[in-house]
Design a binder for this molecule. Structure first.
Ligand code: HAM
Length: 421
C-alpha cells in the first residue's frame, strides 16, 4: 500500500465542513473590504522566491521544494503567495486595471519543515495583498480585515502583535548598532544565531531559544531607530487600530522570517496553539514590486494559516448542515418510483439522498438515513405505490404521515425548513 507523504495531509469529509466555513468566511471578508480573488500558479521559477523572500532566510535556504524542469529551468513549489501575486501584478499591468490593486487568494503552499501539530509541508493560506497605497490607513485596512475575519469565526484568545521595521534607510544603520550589541553577547547565542549575526542579524531577535531571548533582552530596539517619517507612519497605524477598536500589543522583537518587509509588520498568535502559534501574519513591503522589475509601488498584505484556524475554530462557529431527506425505497415498483421522487426533491433544491448500495431492508435504510443525519425519510414500497402516497417519517419523533405523490416536494420543503414543527 502506498502512503501519503509526511506532513502532507488529506482533508477528509468529516473535516470539510470546517474548511468550507473558513473559506466562505475568508471570501466574504475579503469581498466586504473590496478585495478581488486572484488565482496564481502553484509553481514559479525559483529565482522569484529567492529574490523576494531573501536568499538568507530559512524558507529559501532550507524549506523550498525545488526541482528542475525538463529544459533545466529551476522551478519551486510556492512557499507563500506574495511573490507570485507581485509577479502577476507586474506582468499583467494590474496597477492600471480598475479594481485589480486589492487581491486575495486561497490555496496550498509548500515548505519543507519538520511536521508537527499546526505545521505541515503542504498547508493552506488565505491572504490579501493591497497594492499602490503608501497610506498608513491601507495598513489599518488589511490589519482590521485580518482581525475581523478571525473574530467573525469565533476565534478568541488571540493576540495581535505589531512592530515597525523602519524604512529601507533605517535598516542598515540599525543593523550596524544591533551587530555591535550582539558581538558583546555572542558566547550566549545558539549556533544558528551566531551564523545569523553575519547573514541576517535581525532574525536573532526572533529566535525562540530561551538563552538567545535572555541574551538579547536589552538589545537596541528598531523602534528607537526609526526615521521621523517611519515613526509618523507607525503612529498613524497604531492610532488607526485603536480608533477601530482592534486590540494590539507592541512587540519590538517581531521581525518576521521574510526579507521583503518595510515599516509595519504584524502577527496574530493563538494561545492554544502551542509552539506553532502564529495564526496569521503580514506587513508592508514597499520595495518588492520595484525589486522584481515593476514601478515603485507601495504594498501591504497578510496571510493566515488555515490549518491553524481550523484547529482553533469552535464547533459553535460552524453553520448548521443543510437539512437532509432520505428516500427509502424497496420492492420492484417502489424502487423506480423512489428514484423519481429523489430526483424531484433534488430538482426542487432540497438536499436528498438514498442508500443505493443494494436493495436493502427498510430497517437497514432507516439506519443509514439516521447515520447521515436525515430529518425526514420518504418511505416508498410497493404498497405505497399502489395507494399513491409516500410515508413521510420524522426521524426524531418517529411520527409518520401519508402524503400523496403530487404533494411530496411541497410537504418536504415545508417540513425541512421549519424543523420545529
Ligand atoms: P508567513 O508568516 O510565512 O507569511 O506565513 C503566514 C502564516 O501561514 C503563518 O502565520 C502560519 O499561520 C501559516 N504557516 C506558515 N508556515 C506553515 C506551515 N509549515 N504549516 C502550517 N501553517 C503555516 C507569509 O507567508 C507572507 N506571504 C504573508 C504576507 C502576505 N505578507 C505580506 N503579504
Amino acid at each position: 500500500m502506498i502512503h501519503g507523504i509526511k506532513g502532507v495531509k488529506d482533508i477528509l469529509p468529516d473535516e470539510i465542513r470546517r474548511w468550507q466555513a473558513i473559506e466562505a468566511a475568508a471570501r466574504r471578508a475579503a469581498s466586504l473590504y473590496g478585495f478581488h480573488e486572484i488565482r496564481i500558479p502553484i509553481f514559479e521559477v525559483t529565482e522569484l522566491f529567492a529574490r523576494s523572500i531573501g536568499a538568507s532566510t530559512d524558507i529559501v535556504e532550507k524549506e523550498m521544494y525545488t526541482f528542475q524542469d525538463r529544459d533545466g529551468t529551476s522551478l519551486t513549489l510556492r512557499p507563500e503567495a506574495t511573490a507570485g501575486a507581485v509577479r502577476a501584478y507586474i506582468e499583467h499591468g494590474l496597477g492600471s486595471v480598475a479594481g485589480a490593486q486589492k487581491l486575495y487568494y486561497l490555496g496550498p503552499m509548500f515548505r519543507h519543515e519538520r511536521p508537527q501539530a499546526g505545521r505541515l509541508r503542504q498547508f493552506h493560506q488565505f491572504g490579501v495583498e493591497s497594492f499602490g497605497s503608501p497610506s498608513p490607513y491601507a495598513d489599518v485596512e488589511v490589519m482590521s480585515l485580518l482581525w475581523r475575519f478571525l473574530n467573525g469565526l469565533g476565534l478568541t484568545e488571540l493576540t495581535f502583535e505589531v512592530n515597525s521595521l523602519g524604512d529601507a534607510t533605517d535598516r542598515p544603520a540599525y543593523k550596524a548598532v544591533l551587530v555591535e550589541f550582539l558581538k558583546t553577547r555572542e558566547d550566549r547565542l545558539c549556533g544558528n544565531c551566531r551564523r545569523r549575526m553575519q547573514t541576517n542579524p535581525l532574525r536573532v531577535l526572533d529566535c525562540k531559544v530561551p538563552e538567545c531571548r535572555a541574551a538579547t533582552e536589552e538589545a537596541p530596539r528598531l523602534t528607537d531607530h526609526l526615521s521621523p517619517s517611519a515613526r509618523e507612519h507607525f503612529a498613524r497605524v497604531t492610532e488607526g487600530l485603536s480608533m477601530l477598536g482592534v486590540p494590539f500589543v507592541l512587540n519590538p522583537r517581531l521581525v518576521r522570517g521574510l526579507d521583503y518587509y518595510t515599516l509595519t509588520t504584524f502577527e496574530v498568535t493563538g494561545g492554544r496553539l502551542g509552539a506553532q502559534n502564529a495564526v496569521g501574519a503580514g506587513g508592508r513591503y514597499d520595495g518588492l514590486v520595484k525589486a522584481l522589475g515593476g514601478s515603485e509601488t507601495p504594498a501591504v498584505g497578510f496571510a493566515v494559516g488555515l490549518e491553524r484556524v481550523a484547529l482553533l475554530l469552535p464547533e459553535a462557529g460552524l453553520p448548521p448542515a443543510e437539512p437532509l431527506i432520505c428516500v427509502a425505497a424497496f420492492g420492484s415498483a417502489g424502487i423506480p418510483v423512489g428514484v423519481r421522487v429523489l430526483d424531484d426533491l433534488r430538482r426542487a433544491g432540497l438536499r436528498a439522498d438514498a442508500d443505493l448500495r443494494a436493495a436493502s431492508s427498510l430497517k437497514a435504510q432507516l439506519r443509514h438515513a439516521d447515520r447521515l443525519g436525515a430529518l425526514l425519510v420518504a418511505i416508498i414500497g410497493d404498497d405505497e405505490v399502489a395507494k399513491g402516497f409516500v410515508l413521510l417519517r420524522d426521524m426524531r419523533s418517529k411520527a409518520q404521515e401519508e402524503v400523496p405523490f403530487s404533494e411530496v416536494v411541497a410537504r418536504v420543503s415545508a417540513r425541512l425548513h421549519s424543523p420545529a414543527e
